[in-house]
Design a protein around this ligand. Structure first.
Ligand SMILES: [Zn+2]
Length: 377
C-alpha cells in the first residue's frame, strides 16, 4: 500500500511537471532582450533589407528570414529541459517579430524543415497553430527523432486545402541554379526580390558512403538528407545546410562548388558546429563574411545539450576564423574539444553563436553590405 501511495505521488509529480513544461513561458529576461532588439531594429528600419534571425532555441536550430514583403522560417528548434523551453522562446520571438511587422499579418510565407530530428522540429505545432503558414517544405522522410513534428506538418498540409506542401528530393534538383518553385520561393517582393533555392534534399539510393556510426550507415542518418538552401537577396547570399555531414557535404561540393553558388556571405554553420558539419574545402568555397553557430550555451550540462555534444568544436571555429576576414567585437567563449570538454577561446573573426550571443540577427542590404545585431545572454 505504501508503495502504491509513493507511486501515486510520483505520478502526480510527473504529471504536474509535464503540465508546467507545456505551459512554460519564455523568461522575462529573454522577453525583455527581444523587445530591446525589436526596438533597435524598428528605430533603424530600412525597408529594403534581408534579416536572417538566428533565434536562440537552446541546442537546436530556427532561422527566421525577414524580407521586405514576407517571412520564411527554416526549422523550429530546439531544446526542452529544466533549463530551457524552446517552444516558449520561439513563440515569444515570433510574437514580438510580428508585432514589429504588423504588415505581415502573422503570416509565414514558408515553413521549411531541413530534416526530421527533434532539435529542428520541436516547435512545428507551436508555429502551425499560432501563425498562418502558406507553404510547407521538408525532405519527405517520416522517421527519426523529430518524425512526429514532420508528420504533423505533412498531415497539416493534407487537411488544409489552402496550404501548399512539397518534399525536396535530390533527384528533382536538376537546374544549374538549384531547385525553386512557388512553394519553396513564395516571396515576390517589389524592388529587391529574394531567391530561395534548394541544393540538396532526400537522397534516393545509398551512394555507398563509408563509415558506420552508432550502428547506422551515413545513408540511414537523416542529417545527410537535410534540405540545403541557398538564399539570395540582391548581391547578398547565404547557405543553410541543416545538419548535413561529411559524406554528403563532399558530394554537395562536387556538384555545386564549380558553379560558384556556394560562394556566399552568411553561413549557418552546419550541424551546430559539429566536427563533421563543415570541411576545409567547403570553408574555402564559401569564404563567408559572417558565420553563425546555432547551439546551446556550453555551461548547460544536460543530456541533449551543446555541452554533451561538445558544440561548437574547436577545429571548426578555427577553420572558419581562418577564412573570415571580417571582425567582430571580440568575445571570450568556450569551444568544444570533445563531448563534455571545453577550452577557452577568444573570437575576433565575425563568428557568432546563439549559445554565446543569444539571438543573432544578420542584416544584409541588396548591395551585399552586412551588419550584425545580437540580443545578448
Ligand atoms: Zn541538429
Amino acid at each position: 500500500m505504501m508503495f502504491r501511495l509513493v507511486s501515486l505521488v510520483a505520478l502526480v509529480v510527473v504529471a504536474l511537471s509535464a503540465c508546467t513544461a507545456a505551459q512554460r513561458t519564455a523568461s522575462p529576461k529573454l522577453v525583455n532582450a527581444t523587445a530591446r532588439l525589436n526596438a533597435e531594429l524598428k528605430a533603424e528600419d530600412t525597408p529594403q533589407v534581408w534579416r536572417a534571425h538566428f533565434i536562440d532555441v537552446g541546442q537546436g536550430l530556427a532561422v527566421l528570414h525577414e524580407m521586405p514583403c514576407g517571412a520564411a522560417l527554416f526549422d523550429t528548434g530546439g531544446e526542452l529541459d529544466d533549463r530551457f523551453d524552446s517552444n516558449a522562446a520561439l513563440r515569444a520571438y515570433l510574437d514580438a517579430f510580428f508585432e514589429r511587422r504588423p504588415d505581415l499579418g502573422r503570416t509565414l510565407d514558408l515553413l521549411l524543415l531541413t530534416h526530421p530530428h527533434v532539435d529542428h522540429t520541436r516547435g512545428v505545432e507551436t508555429v502551425l497553430e499560432g501563425y498562418r503558414v502558406r507553404n510547407l517544405v521538408d525532405n519527405g522522410q517520416t522517421f527519426g527523432s523529430g518524425s512526429e513534428g514532420q508528420k504533423f506538418m505533412q498531415d497539416w498540409a493534407e487537411t488544409h486545402a489552402d496550404v501548399h506542401y512539397r518534399a525536396v528530393f535530390l533527384a528533382d534538383i536538376v537546374s544549374a541554379t538549384g531547385l525553386s518553385d512557388p512553394i519553396l520561393d513564395p516571396l515576390r517582393c517589389d524592388g529587391v526580390d529574394p531567391t530561395i533555392a534548394a541544393l540538396w534534399g532526400q537522397v534516393g539510393s545509398d551512394p555507398g558512403w563509408p563509415g558506420i556510426r552508432f550502428g547506422k550507415t551515413p545513408f540511414q542518418n537523416s542529417n545527410n538528407h537535410s534540405v540545403v538552401v541557398r538564399v539570395g537577396f540582391g548581391r547578398a547570399s547565404g547557405l543553410f545546410t541543416g545538419d548535413l555531414e561529411e559524406p554528403a557535404i563532399k558530394d554537395l561540393l562536387r556538384r555545386w562548388a564549380p558553379t560558384g553558388l556556394l560562394d556566399i556571405d552568411i553561413y549557418q554553420v552546419g550541424h551546430h558546429g559539429s566536427i563533421n558539419g563543415t570541411l576545409p574545402e567547403m570553408a574555402a568555397a564559401m569564404t563567408p563574411e559572417v558565420a553563425v553557430f546555432s547551439m546551446g550555451p556550453p555551461h548547460w550540462q544536460m543530456t541533449w545539450s551543446a555541452w554533451k555534444y561538445g558544440h561548437p568544436r574547436r577545429e571548426i571555429v578555427q577553420m572558419l576564423a581562418e577564412v573570415i576576414v571580417r571582425r567582430r567585437k571580440p568575445i571570450d567563449v568556450k569551444v568544444g574539444v570533445r563531448s563534455e570538454t571545453f577550452e577557452p577561446a577568444r573570437i575576433e573573426a565575425a563568428l557568432y553563436g546563439t549559445g554565446w550571443d543569444g539571438t543573432v540577427v544578420v542584416e544584409s542590404r541588396a548591395d551585399g553590405r552586412q551588419r550584425v545585431v545580437t540580443v545578448g545572454r
